[in-house]
Design a protein around this ligand. Structure first.
Ligand code: ADP
Ligand code: MG
Length: 425
């Protein structure tokens, strides 16, 4: 059932190198990689100043790269080897400022632009061949994987020394690279993402999840070694068509901002979860006083999701820091937190779709310890924490439920927390 296998480091390196040689006619200087990510819990908390809790996927983007003596950039992806993009680094500029790099090339060349904006240039031109096994548009950050692979490659060949060696990564340098990759995605690719994806791809470590505080991007490594505990994280790419996503995302953000304003806090993360009922009452009252009667119910539900989700994320992190996943009651609690997260996203935040709810319901009924949607919602992926021996049966039950509901066939992958971006020896 696991029909989205990850490329091993050697397969990825070979794929990228072969494509490089076939396209550019020489050997690359090296190959670098960066993973996609999946968020374990902490959804729609980032722009509210809360915590997120991602892991690096075993699924990665690999880039083979050589510097050039000029400022030219040539790019090719194994997704379409006949499409070789060629552009001048001096022509790259944000959308609307005469810089119209379109399509996938923007994610790669945008990183060079962002590094130079931050005073790390001038950089040499370069040739890149890309091979990636992160599914595109499944909410698993195939875009951040591209950016972060280019970031560590340029960091290395241009001698910026920000990422640090694989066995002793520099979190400070990687935080800066992550910020610049996010800038590239916002300004050059024109996608309004918040920085979680790039932080995860660059700063996650094998066997760990990253407790990421989205107010200041400070982070802590939390042990999350699934295989040692006989557990697996099943990722279900629902392949549901994304509909109306942009407008819905903006609407959620604006409800949160409005609620924070009515409650006179800067961010919803500033609210004490112990005082949730009181604050929701206050919010309703304040909204009514402002003549926002029609919006009271929505504002209350959005706020309840954000505050309770931050609390769940804190609880799950604390559980993993203090308990062993082989302990049955601790594991049950992890499952309950994941389930409660999904239910809150479904009923209070209203960002699920039929495919996500079906995947989660089928997973739970087939014995998953916990299951939830992951990422922004409105399509994308769900996750299920399962005992490894039940992985196949859970995946099968989900596939059957999709067939019965008349949904597109879902795809499956297994996510053991892997290392962050880096070079390949
Ligand atoms: P996600 O990051 O959730 O996968 P995005 O829409 O943010 O979805 O990013 C997907 C985009 O990233 C694709 O439309 C494409 O432009 C680019 N991309 C990702 N992987 C590849 C690849 N292997 N080859 C070319 N472009 C890619
Ligand atoms: Mg993306």
């Amino acid at each position: 059932m696991l029909n989205l296998p990850a490329l091993s480091f050697s397969q990825g390196a070979k794929g990228a190198t072969d494509l490089f040689v076939a396209t550019f006619g020489s050997q690359p200087e090296g190959v670098w990689q960066a993973p996609g990510r999946v968020n374990v819990i902490g959804e729609h908390t980032d722009y509210n100043g809360g915590l997120a809790f991602p892991i690096a996927l075993p699924h990665r983007a690999f880039v083979a790269l050589s510097r050039r003596p000029d400022r030219l950039v040539r790019l090719v992806s194994s997704a379409d080897p006949s499409d070789v993009v060629s552009l001048d680094l001096d022509q790259v500029a944000p959308k609307g400022e005469n810089g119209e790099v379109s399509g996938w090339a923007a994610y790669l060349v945008g990183v060079a632009w962002a590094l130079e904006q931050d005073g790390l240039g001038p950089l040499p031109g370069f040739d890149i061949a890309l091979e990636s096994c992160v599914p595109l548009g499944a909410g698993l950050s195939s875009s951040a994987a591209l950016e972060c692979a280019v970031a560590v490659a340029l960091d290395d060949v241009a001698g910026l020394a920000l990422a640090g060696p694989a066995d002793n990564p520099s979190d400070v340098g990687r935080e800066r690279l992550a910020r610049l990759c996010c800038l590239a995605e916002n300004k050059i690719a024109g996608a309004p993402t918040g920085g979680l994806d790039q932080a995860a791809s660059l700063r996650c470590r094998a066997g760990h999840a990253l407790a990421l505080d989205c107010t200041d991007f400070s982070a802590e490594q939390v042990p999350f070694n699934l295989s040692e505990s006989g557990l697996s994280l099943l990722v279900i790419d629902t392949r549901a068509p994304h509909a109306l996503v942009d407008g819905q995302y903006a609407a959620r953000r604006s409800s949160c901002e409005q609620a924070a304003k009515l409650l006179e806090v800067e961010l919803l993360a500033d609210l004490d979860p112990e005082q949730l009922d009181y604050n929701l009452e206050l919010l309703a009252q304040s909204a009514r006083e402002q003549g926002l009667e029609q919006q009271v119910d929505t504002l209350v539900r959005r706020t309840r999701h954000v505050v309770s989700e931050i609390e769940r994320t804190e609880k799950l992190i604390e559980l993993l820091q203090t308990q062993d996943l082989t302990d049955a009651s601790a594991l049950a609690e992890v499952g309950q937190l994941m389930n409660a997260s999904h239910d809150s996203l479904r009923y209070d935040y209203e960002v699920t779709v039929g495919e996500l709810d079906t995947a989660v319901e089928a997973a739970r009924a087939a014995g998953a310890i916990g299951a939830r949607m992951t990422g922004g919602g409105f399509g994308g992926s769900a996750i299920a924490l399962v005992h490894t021996q039940e992985l196949e049966q859970v995946a099968q039950a989900i596939a059957q439920a999709f067939a019965k509901a008349g949904y597109r066939e879902p795809a499956f992958l297994q996510a053991e927390p892997g290392p962050g971006a880096g070079g390949l020896d």
